[in-house]
Design a protein around this ligand. Structure first.
Ligand SMILES: *Cc1c(COP(=O)(O)O)cnc(C)c1O
Length: 362
């Protein structure tokens, strides 16, 4: 039993800032004199609509999202966007090109194949997704409706360190589930960006979509209304009941990000955190980083000892030290420390210290 809160390195759902949890806790019975919890409110009530608008505005301000983009709060997770993106965007030419840099990108391409002609612009599969392809390796067709990539590969611990360039007229579509809110986005290059919010923005239950208005209204004819961006925009994410509680929590987290200093601060903190862990790995003779150095993720640090038994001992020992969820994804094993915005420098330092101590101890 844990009397204290642990340092939680879970990949998603993941840690939420303690101040935010405390604030939500204080308001849980009676939200600002409304006499009820946000969980109990009508999504059409004045109190909730003001939470909704403020959350959207704060996100737009933080990420400098231009007015030609709509922000949507949807359900179904990032995984539903794997289908929704092609259903809405592939009609321009019937073709789309995908970079396969991990399992989520692979799943997105598999889903898209149901709706059009999908080509693989690049794949890192032959090296077990340990790197991000260089710009020169991307083969993007001039008549692709869009080029799709997964900005941060949560499972393998690799992250695109550049914004891909495409032939003229081919916009980008990106899954930013695990690195949203950690850097600015060059919106002029994108048709669509989406993120399952449970990594870096909110508890599970809400999916954030940024869609350029020019790409709305071209869905395939049999697209269900809930999967049509045009309908979602028209209803302002309230064609049906939205995930009210998750949106409220996201609002509190956005305000926390802003208070901490916004994207610049999140970016500085992510560099500081990831350096603490990669420095230990690079100085160690026990730990080996899984990703190639120039492709390393700032958000998910993956490493192994080379011996699954030692990995197991590492993970068990970490738990005893109040450091949880450092096991790798069930499909790859080894270790993974997810260090999203809410992870403190102190928590990351505790893991770095534990790593050094575990290696010394032998
Ligand atoms: C977690 C994750 C997903 C899956 O998200 P769901 O919201 O569970 O569908 C997709 N892409 C990336 C990059 C992720 O990290």
């Amino acid at each position: 039993m844990n009397e204290k809160r642990v340092f939680n390195f879970a990949a998603g759902p993941s840690a939420i800032p303690e101040e935010v949890l405390a604030e939500a806790g204080a308001e849980i019975m009676n939200y600002r004199g409304s006499g009820m919890s946000v969980m109990e409110m009508s999504h059409r009530s004045k109190a909730f609509l003001s939470i909704f608008e403020e959350t959207k505005d704060t996100l737009r301000r933080l990420m400098k999202v231009p007015e030609d983009f709509e922000i949507l709060f949807l359900q179904g997770g990032a995984t539903l966007q794997f289908a929704m993106a092609p259903m809405n965007l592939i009609t321009r030419t019937g073709k789309a090109d995908y970079a396969i840099t991990g399992s989520f990108a692979g799943k997105a391409a598999d889903e898209a194949k149901k709706y059009g002609d999908i080509a693989i612009a690049a794949s890192s599969k032959e090296k077990n997704h340990t790197y991000i392809p260089a710009q020169s390796e991307l083969k993007i067709r001039e008549d692709a409706s869009y080029f799709y990539y997964c900005a941060n590969n949560t499972i393998y611990g690799t992250e695109w360190q550049y914004t891909p360039q495409t032939p003229a007229g081919v916009p980008l579509v990106a899954d930013m589930s695990s690195d949203i809110l950690t850097r600015y986005v060059d919106w002029s290059k994108y048709a669509l960006v989406f993120a399952g919010a449970q990594k870096n923005m909110a508890p599970a239950g809400v999916t954030v979509v940024f869609i350029n208005k020019n790409y709305i209204g071209h869905a395939l004819p049999y697209t269900p209304v809930m999967l049509d961006y045009a309908a979602m925009v028209k209803g302002d994410s309230m064609h049906n009941t939205p995930p009210c509680w998750s949106i409220y929590m996201m609002g509190l987290i956005m305000k926390w990000v802003e208070k901490m200093g916004g994207i610049e601060a999140m970016e500085a903190r992510k560099r500081q955190r990831s350096k603490l862990l990669y420095d230990v790995i690079d100085r160690s003779s026990l730990y080996k980083g899984c990703a190639e150095k120039d492709s390393r993720s700032f958000m998910n640090v993956t490493f192994v000892t080379g011996d699954p038994e030692i990995d197991k001992r590492f993970i068990a020992g970490a738990k005893e030290a109040g450091i949880e969820n450092v096991n790798g994804h069930r499909s790859v094993g080894g270790m993974r420390a997810s260090i999203y915005n809410a992870m403190s420098i102190e928590g990351t330092q505790a893991l770095a210290d534990y790593m050094v101590e575990f290696e010394k101890r032998g």
